[in-house]
Design a protein around this ligand. Structure first.
Ligand SMILES: C[S@@+](CC[C@H](N)C(=O)[O-])C[C@H]1O[C@@H](n2cnc3c(N)ncnc32)[C@H](O)[C@@H]1O
Length: 182
């Protein structure tokens, strides 16, 4: 996920909107990682945070190892705060059970990914594309900036849910559901 949210740990956990829309990030994580009270143990989410004060920060949630997180926006935000306090350099370091953090950029993450689909209303419709497991790239409430989008598309192709512009959290919920059916 490409996000414009804060990279500072000093945000108010009760006001995620003001933290550059960490509420959007938290909702996307919830929709990919949790099926009701169960964790989707074949899913990972990497959030690329690009807001101030010190971008970039990448936070990786690994569904196969995730533990001790309450499935709510606040629960996710609590772990993001921990990650932002722990981040050091470009190496992944563990900051919570199943969660690691690094200073990798969005492009670094894309370089390490394979089978990339970029969620975009102008792509091939999901009902026609024979999607396989892979990396599904999506933006926040602002979207992915043009340079990063072009970079992701060097390795990936656009995948669409139709011409309507949906909330990021809805778009990833639909893709997760489609993958669940396979
Ligand atoms: C609220 S939208 C971003 C809006 C932003 N103004 C833009 O045009 O990119 C959040 C993200 O959800 C995904 N998304 C929204 N609608 C979509 C659609 N119809 N098909 C595929 N992905 C979609 C995209 O990845 C998008 O970056």
């Amino acid at each position: 996920m490409y996000s414009h949210a804060t990279t500072g740990a000093n945000f108010d956990i009760n006001n995620l909107y003001e933290a550059g829309r960490l509420d959007v990030v938290a909702r996307c994580c919830l929709n990919v990682l949790w099926i009701s009270e169960h964790i989707r143990d074949n899913a990972q989410v990497i959030v690329s945070l690009n807001g101030g004060p010190k971008p970039p920060v990448a936070i990786r949630f690994d569904g196969s190892k995730l533990g001790d997180i309450f499935p709510s926006e606040k629960g996710i935000a609590f772990v993001i705060k921990k990650a932002l306090k722990a981040v050091r350099d470009e190496n992944w370091i563990a900051c919570h059970q199943g969660v690691s953090v690094s200073r990798k950029s969005f492009q670094d993450v894309i370089k390490e990914a394979s089978n990339i689909y970029v969620l975009d209303s102008k792509g091939e419709h999901i009902s026609k594309a024979n999607i396989k497991d892979g990396t599904f790239v999506f933006g926040d409430q602002v979207g992915i900036n043009a340079k990063e989008l072009a970079f992701a598309l060097r390795k990936g192709k656009k995948l669409s849910l139709g011409p309507k512009n949906y909330l990021a959290s809805f778009a990833v919920a639909v893709v997760s559901w489609v993958l669940d059916q396979k």
